[in-house]
Write a protein that binds this ligand. Structure first.
Ligand SMILES: N[C@@H](CCC(=O)N[C@@H](CS)C(=O)NCC(=O)O)C(=O)O
Length: 203
């Protein structure tokens, strides 16, 4: 299988790099520098119509949406062990946390990021930030309970759901202070050799 990952450090493409490494798959990286506007280049828009990262080319065919890519890899790579089988009872928890990651957790976190620090003042709607933080903290409380008594979210075993959730938890480490279970959980994820390192840590 020929895999090309469209990537820039520090973006959601890290999720894909993380799972590719967990699965010990060979892949090629094509760097798209969003800061230089390369996402909007015509040749890249032909890959990802929104000009976003990540995208993954699989044997010449492109797929985008980080959650869908992570799930597809977890389910399709022989021997992956990163997703319970569809008929396994743990599949319900798996689906739940995969969707929770990109909706209940990521949406408020992304609003905080966008309107708190990424967008220029004339575009940012600062009033959104405290409301988004309130919803993000509620989601953290749910996750704190979910990791009580187990190392990972689904059946106590590492799965693609931990990649989806763990990537977001690292965005605001200061908000994890009241959640000792989540701090331990994130520290456990960071110990995995495939966990994304900051660019200056030799990713
Ligand atoms: N739901 C998409 C979100 C992709 C996304 O927003 N990626 C960011 C980088 S982390 C991006 O490419 N932003 C540039 C843009 O929106 O133009 C996914 O998970 O793949």
């Amino acid at each position: 299988m020929e895999l090309i990952l469209y990537y820039m450090p520090g973006t959601r493409a890290e999720r894909i790099r993380w799972i590719l490494k967990e699965l010990d798959l060979d892949y090629r990286i094509e760097t798209i520098d969003l800061f230089k506007g390369e996402g909007q280049r015509a040749d890249y828009l032909a890959i990802h119509p929104l000009g976003q990262l990540p995208a993954l080319k699989v044997d010449g065919e492109v797929m985008f949406e980080s959650g869908a890519i992570v799930q597809w890899l977890a389910e399709s790579v022989p021997g992956s062990n990163l997703a319970p089988a569809p008929d396994h009872s743990a599949r319900r928890a798996f689906n739940q946390w995969m969707y929770f990651a990109v909706t209940s957790l990521e949406t408020p976190a992304w609003e905080m990021m966008l309107h708190g620090s990424i967008l220029p003042d004339k575009q940012a709607v600062k009033a959104i930030v405290p409301f988004a933080e309130q919803r993000y903290v509620l989601a953290l409380g749910v996750l704190e309970k979910a990791v009580q008594g187990q190392d990972y979210l689904v059946d106590g075993r590492f799965s693609a759901a931990d990649i989806m959730v763990g990537y977001i938890l690292a965005w605001f480490p200061e908000l994890l202070v009241p959640y000792p279970g989540l701090q331990t959980y994130l520290a456990r994820l960071k110990q995995r050799p495939a966990y994304p390192r900051a660019p200056n840590e030799g990713l």
